[in-house]
Design a protein around this ligand. Structure first.
Ligand code: ADP
Ligand code: MG
Length: 232
């Protein structure tokens, strides 16, 4: 596909394996993986006009192949409700990331819709030297970082495998709706896992994929962050 090869060619010509959030989202979106609407702004003015186009509230994030953890460097601003807030956030993101990463190549700032609160889950793909691509599923944030509450399957992952993966994490009751909280759509998560498995099969040049987090709702699930690392 034209756009896909454009993204891959650019990374290759710049001798980098890390794709930005905007590039990563574009690639997975083409594979039918649901992604929050995201656009790249190259100036403050463009950030404001794209915000108006997308509709407030929006989120702004630093878009750089050299910055892996965007929020660690003051590179993520959530819930921006007006043009003034977007303009200020743009300036602040640029100054704090340039201070922390003076050598980083910055493509601009991603502008995206602020997703309503949902249950945060993550789906990842990495390559095992013996088994090849492996898909990981877990709950987002503390659950995966501290508790390592994840399930793993080797690609290809069928819908039945995906169903098992979801049910076997310890945090599964949270997905069923805990103490009056809305449940997450299990079918939507199964479909996403199968989709990521197919993406891994069809794109051997992708070394790692992280959808972290995905917001799960009672009727759908949508990724708000994506990160791809290509093979050398
Ligand atoms: P990074 O992982 O690089 O630090 P993220 O893009 O994951 O940055 O953003 C950090 C956190 O901000 C996410 O874990 C999520 O909780 C929240 N977030 C990111 N994008 C959105 C969005 N579009 N809508 C709502 N919340 C978001
Ligand atoms: Mg993230």
């Amino acid at each position: 596909m034209a756009l896909q090869s454009k993204i891959l060619d650019r990374a290759k010509s710049e001798a980098r394996t890390a794709l930005t959030e905007v590039e990563s989202k574009e690639l997975v979106k083409q594979a039918g993986i649901p992604i929050i609407e995201t656009k790249l702004a190259r100036s403050k003015k463009e950030a404001i006009s794209l915000s108006k186009e997308i509709g407030f509230p929006v989120v702004l994030k630093i878009n750089s192949p050299d910055i892996v953890h965007k929020s660690d460097s003051g590179g993520v601003r959530l819930g921006l409700a007006s043009a003034t807030q977007v303009g200020n956030a743009y300036r602040e993101i640029m100054s704090s990331t340039k201070q922390k990463y003076p050598k980083a190549i910055i493509h601009g700032v991603s502008v995206q819709k602020m997703a309503p609160p949902g249950i945060e889950v993550i789906i990842g793909m990495s390559k095992d030297p013996q088994f090849g691509p492996v898909i990981m599923f877990g709950l987002g944030g503390v659950m995966v970082e501290v508790l390592k509450d994840v399930s793993l399957r080797i690609v290809p992952v069928t819908q039945k495998d995906a169903q098992e993966m979801i049910k076997e994490i310890k945090g599964y009751p949270l997905l069923e709706g805990y103490r009056g909280q809305e449940p997450a759509s299990i079918p939507a998560l199964e479909e996403l896992i199968v989709n990521v498995s197919q993406f891994a099969e069809q794109n051997p040049q992708v070394k790692e994929l992280d959808l972290n987090p995905i917001f799960a709702y009672k009727d759908k699930a949508i990724a708000v962050d994506a990160r791809i690392i290509l093979e050398e």
